[in-house]
Design a protein around this ligand. Structure first.
Ligand SMILES: Nc1ncnc2c1ncn2[C@@H]1O[C@H](COP(=O)(O)OP(=O)(O)OP(=O)(O)O)[C@@H](O)[C@H]1O
Length: 401
């Protein structure tokens, strides 16, 4: 849906009433007991921007969103809409729209009454409220369902009701917490397009929480990758995809192969690393010198077959698992010392075969951070190369070591 080479810029629709220039999170912290779940989160979001908070389960995404919404008090720091401090205000005075994973609709109220609930609470006159509800239902293409109860709707339709309810109050900020997780794959794609369309056409500012890297990349103007409550990297989808700051972010951006190796030399912006019975040359990240490092490679960057004479990074691997994925095969192979290597190829390979694979050195990233460990034995990657949560195990493995 999104053209990745030119990420969509913020602010496309006319400014909304109550719109702000910047939302600022200033050293926001949140503790639960002894546990610091958000640790000094600094973030600046421009009005009209779509920002995704991305990270694995437990990294603090929902906590950050709930702090923004006013559902959780901060343990430290502040939240500002331009010059106005909002973290001291109760949720209803912030007036943000919220969409949750579980829809949170009132089961006994019709779609129309659910959508109009926030307007009734705000004392909006009946006639105006009705017109606004009609318009919101039209926007989410649910006008024909206005008189149904939520239980008479599909999951996707219920989520549209939740979205209509959030936007009908014309909030300066819409907060979405994994709104698509309960939907099936096809519906998720449709709703993703829908959310982006609404965001653009209404000029909303949206903060969207997800653990799904593909969802974040396709929806957001900017991504914020969180790890244990600490921001790892903030950037456009293209920046994060092309230049992840560390192995953890790389894991999220589809670098499913994270190898703990040792740098033995290097020149001209490249470094060479040894370990696991192989040698690899790649782009040297900041601070890479001799010593332990993490080498990151995307499964789809390997080439398979008889390497040309000038092929870089040629290695021999034993094919262990082959999954058919239409145009491509998802393959799990073993390095000489037994570590798993994941690759995707349209070249036919068979289980049990020993094959030569190679990867151009400019497709290999070498990080000074040596905390990643090699992916553990397991099934090959499923779905698209960077499909839902595909980087998660590797990121989790990275954080586990
Ligand atoms: N009310 C609470 N009391 C104690 N600990 C909590 C509470 N809410 C969250 N936590 C802890 O804070 C951490 C972050 O939780 P949070 O829900 O923000 O993570 P998340 O990244 O949104 O994960 P998920 O995607 O699973 O919702 C977790 O370790 C969680 O157990």
């Amino acid at each position: 849906m999104t053209d990745r080479t030119s990420p969509p810029g913020p602010v496309r629709a006319p400014a909304r009433e109550g719109q702000f220039t910047h939302l600022r999170l200033d050293k926001v912290s949140r503790r639960f007991g002894d546990k610091l779940v958000l640790d000094g989160l600094d973030l600046r979001i421009a009005g009209g921007e779509f920002v995704a908070l991305l990270g694995p389960s437990g990294c603090g995404k929902s906590t950050a969103l709930n702090c923004l919404a006013g559902l959780l008090p901060l343990s430290g720091g502040g939240i500002w809409l331009d010059e106005r401090r909002v973290d001291t205000l109760p949720p209803e005075r912030r007036g943000f729209g919220m969409v949750f994973q579980n829809y949170a609709l009132f089961p006994h109220m019709s779609v129309r009454r659910n959508v109009g609930f926030g307007l009734r609470m705000r004392g909006i006159a009946r006639q105006e409220a009705r017109a606004r509800v009609d318009e919101a239902l039209r926007l989410v293409q649910l006008a024909p369902y206005a008189d149904r109860l939520p239980g008479q709707l599909s999951g996707g339709q219920q989520q549209r009701v939740a979205i209509a309810r959030a936007i009908v109050i014309e909030p300066p900020l819409v907060l979405m917490d994994e709104p698509l997780s309960n939907l099936d794959a096809a519906l998720r794609l449709d709703m993703r397009t829908e959310i982006r369309r609404l965001h653009q056409s209404l000029g909303l500012t949206t903060v969207y929480v997800t653990h799904d890297q593909e969802e974040a990349l396709s929806l957001a103007d900017r991504l914020v990758v969180l790890r244990e409550g600490v921001v790892q990297q903030v950037g456009t989808p293209e920046e994060l995809y092309r230049s992840p700051a560390n192995p953890y972010v790389a894991g999220f951006m589809g670098y499913r192969n994270l190898f703990a190796m040792t740098v033995t030399g290097g020149e001209g912006g490249h470094a060479t690393a040894r370990g696991l019975g192989i040698e690899l040359t790649g782009v040297a990240g900041e601070g890479v010198g001799s010593g332990p490092a993490t080498v990151a490679i995307r499964p789809e960057d390997f080439l398979v077959g008889e390497p040309p004479a000038d092929a870089e990074n040629v290695i021999e691997v034993g094919v262990e698992v082959v999954e058919y994925h239409g145009r491509e095969l998802a393959v799990q192979a073993r390095l000489p010392e037994g570590q798993a290597l994941r690759l995707r190829t349209s070249t036919r390979v068979e289980r049990g075969e020993t094959v030569r694979v190679w990867v151009p050195k400019d497709r290999v990233l070498i990080f000074a951070d040596a905390t990643a460990i090699s992916p553990q034995p397991g099934p090959p990657q499923s779905g698209a190369p960077d499909a839902t949560g595909s980087g998660q195990e590797t990121a989790a493995e990275a954080s586990a070591s």
